[in-house]
Write a protein that binds this ligand. Structure first.
Ligand SMILES: Cc1cc2nc3c(=O)[nH]c(=O)nc-3n(C[C@H](O)[C@H](O)[C@H](O)COP(=O)(O)OP(=O)(O)OC[C@H]3O[C@@H](n4cnc5c(N)ncnc54)[C@H](O)[C@@H]3O)c2cc1C
Length: 366
């Protein structure tokens, strides 16, 4: 069995596909009785074997469903964020934070952390949870900030090591009907961080792309404002109005193209680090100075995102964190996976030297 990274392979003793918390509990008890390791799996979009095991794989893709209340939704752990959003939007509501890609599971991203374009305002998905149903030691229990807070803190961003999430109660906020997406070109990483700090935006992100002559980098902030009457912020050179769902699902056309090109199925040695804002630009620029198409891959992506993280003890981030992702694809004719993993290691060492940390769902050899 593989994951999206396509680097690590494990053969589980068995795969269980539960449809209820009771079936999860039974699978965990049976595995414990046989002395087998249990690893929950959502859509396996982590990239270095985090959702794989040689023991019992609990595949949660059939544990799905969403109920929408007045200001919250209750979602089964295997539900994709796409389906959560589709259920809440008819009520004019949405989760405060959505990942850039909607085809990942509620249980998977709450166990990772879950960074999104609104994380500079609302923090990560793992701090936007009211309560969790979890199977611990083969028993279904409920936890929240008030009930079993220690378990609640261990499970959020806990990579499935402290229990299997079966259901999450999620807060909802009013959803806009339309958004205005604004492109703001920037000079360099320092400028990206300044713009992300200063720009009034409901959703903000940045990408770094190779320049056309291949000699340097183009830095672009995407600032998104909610509502029909939104005005573009200063520095905007391009705007686009989109229905909110289309904006949230903006990765889909690119993903379809990458599937068609075969790039989606290739190994993905992805690296994401969290850098302290004051030292972020120097790490980003040093990394970009060494990065080439060969070590990024033909469809590689580079992201910069300043965020705010509240109380999520299992998510190891510095104060005032900036996410920096180098999402490599081992395309034909590019560097081999081993070289890309080695470059991820260099990035992590550079990040740690300034007080940075790694996103635990990425692929960095320890
Ligand atoms: C195309 C793409 C886009 C992405 N975009 C984002 C993004 O915008 N923001 C972001 O933060 N991340 C992003 N990621 C990374 C992604 O968040 C993680 O890979 C996440 O873990 C994906 O969810 P999944 O359902 O695939 O989880 P999996 O990869 O299956 O699992 C992730 C981890 O959580 C554990 N786990 C899974 N389900 C449960 C459960 N029910 N209970 C307890 N533990 C569980 C697994 O054992 C594993 O350790 C992206 C990944 C890809 C491939």
């Amino acid at each position: 069995m593989r994951d999206f990274g396509g680097i690590v392979e494990r053969s589980p003793v068995r795969v269980v596909r539960p449809r209820s918390a009771g079936e999860v509990a039974r699978a965990v008890r049976e595995a414990a009785a046989q002395g087998l390791d249990v690893v929950p799996r959502g859509l396996g979009h982590s990239t270095y074997g985090q959702s794989l095991t040689a023991g019992v794989s609990i595949d949660l893709r059939e544990l799905t469903g969403v109920e929408v209340g007045p200001r919250h939704a209750v979602a089964a752990a295997g539900t994709r964020w796409r389906d959560v959003l589709a259920a809440t939007l008819p009520h004019g509501l949405a989760p405060p934070v959505l990942t850039d890609y909607l085809d990942v599971t509620v249980g998977g991203t709450l166990s990772a952390g879950g960074v999104g374009g609104t994380s500079h305002v609302h923090g990560v998905q793992a701090e936007n949870v009211l309560a969790l149903d979890v199977v611990v030691d083969g028993e279904p229990v409920v936890c929240s900030p008030a009930v079993r807070p220690g378990l609640f803190d261990a499970v959020r961003a806990g990579l499935g090591r402290h229990g299997v999430i079966t259901r999450a109660t999620l807060p909802l906020v009013p959803a806009p009907e339309r958004v205005l997406c604004c492109t703001i070109p920037c000079r360099d990483a320092e400028d990206v961080l300044r713009v992300q700090r200063e720009v009034p935006a409901d959703d903000v992100s940045a990408q770094v792309k190779p320049s056309e002559d291949g000699d340097g980098w183009i830095y672009e902030v995407k600032a998104v404002r909610h509502g029909d009457g939104a005005e573009p912020p200063p520095g905007t050179t391009e705007t686009e109005k989109l229905p909110f769902f289309d904006f949230c699902d903006r990765m889909r056309p690119d993903v379809e193209e990458l599937i068609g090109l075969g790039e989606w199925a290739r190994p993905h040695p992805w690296a994401t680090v969290f850098l302290p804002a004051a030292r972020a630009a120097e790490v980003i620029e040093a990394t970009l100075a060494e990065l080439t198409t060969a070590t990024l891959g033909l469809s590689g992506v580079i992201l910069i995102k300043a965020l705010r993280v509240g109380h999520v003890p299992m998510l190891d981030v510095p104060d005032d964190p900036v996410l920096f992702s180098v999402l490599r694809t081992a395309s034909p004719g590019c560097a081999p996976v081993a070289d890309m993993l080695a470059a991820n290691r260099v990035l992590l060492d550079r990040a740690r030297a300034v007080g940075g940390t790694r996103y635990a769902v990425d692929s960095v050899p320890s």
